[in-house]
Ligand binder design. Structure first.
Ligand SMILES: Cc1cc2nc3c(=O)[nH]c(=O)nc-3n(C[C@H](O)[C@H](O)[C@H](O)COP(=O)(O)O)c2cc1C
Length: 204
């Protein structure tokens, strides 16, 4: 059974453009994957502690030697990595914050990039053969050739870190210009309609 993992990183609920476009992606993916299963990981509904000393010690200690403290620290990480391993396709709906990823998405990354789980000591990525779509909502426009393109540190970073754990098939839908909606200059439906074809195509 094909499985899609959906990771949501916007706190804006019904106002969120990345969540709206990611929902369209999921609906289209379900149409294209008969009997497919969807795992939803809403980062704002997840208790995501930052990596701490017991986490680090646990990650570098064989599982059979884990103290109860290390086990507890790695619990969330184990769950999140389990979801990634189970998935055939992954969609990440995320805002741009300060030209980069939101801190909550970085916290997720810090839990899933883990030695001997998603990469080896010789830096080989272990999550192979999965397709990733990133739906990146931003107030400004960072499309190729645009004036602000070089300010977008988020796309390059996400490609780099996902590639490091073996996820090299990454397609990014840049949903730029959401500030127009917030300022009442662009209709929300029009902005969503602008990016829906790219989202639909990515969900094949
Ligand atoms: C803390 C914060 C920082 C932001 N930084 C940027 C930025 O650097 N560049 C940009 O174009 N938009 C920025 N924005 C606007 C968001 O990217 C925009 O509102 C986007 O639509 C958020 O995604 P969402 O609609 O899925 O919530 C920022 C918004 C917030 C709240």
């Amino acid at each position: 059974m094909p499985t899609l993992l959906t990771v949501l990183a916007s706190p804006r609920g019904d106002y969120s453009i990345s969540r709206a476009l990611t929902s369209s992606f999921v609906e289209e993916w379900k149409k294209n994957h008969d009997r497919g299963a969807v795992i939803t990981r809403d980062l704002y509904q997840t208790n995501l502690p930052f990596v701490d000393l017991p986490w680090i010690a646990g990650a570098y200690t064989p599982a059979e030697q884990h103290s109860p403290e290390m086990q507890a620290a790695l619990e969330v990480s184990n769950e999140l990595i389990g979801e990634l391993k189970q998935a055939d396709d992954i969609v990440i709906g995320t805002p741009m914050y300060n030209f980069s990823i939101p801190a909550i998405l970085k916290a997720w990354i810090d839990h899933v990039v883990r030695i001997n789980e998603t990469f080896t000591a010789s830096y080989e990525g272990l999550l192979k053969g999965k397709k990733v779509t990133i739906i990146l909502a931003s107030g400004g426009v960072y499309a190729p050739g645009s004036q602000m393109e070089s300010y977008n540190s988020e796309s390059a970073y996400l490609k780099q870190i996902l590639g490091f754990i073996g996820l090299t098939d990454v397609n990014i839908v840049l949903a730029g210009g959401t500030s127009g909606v917030d300022m009442g200059k662009t209709a929300r439906e029009d902005l969503i309609a602008e990016f829906t074809p790219a989202v639909t195509a990515a969900a094949k």
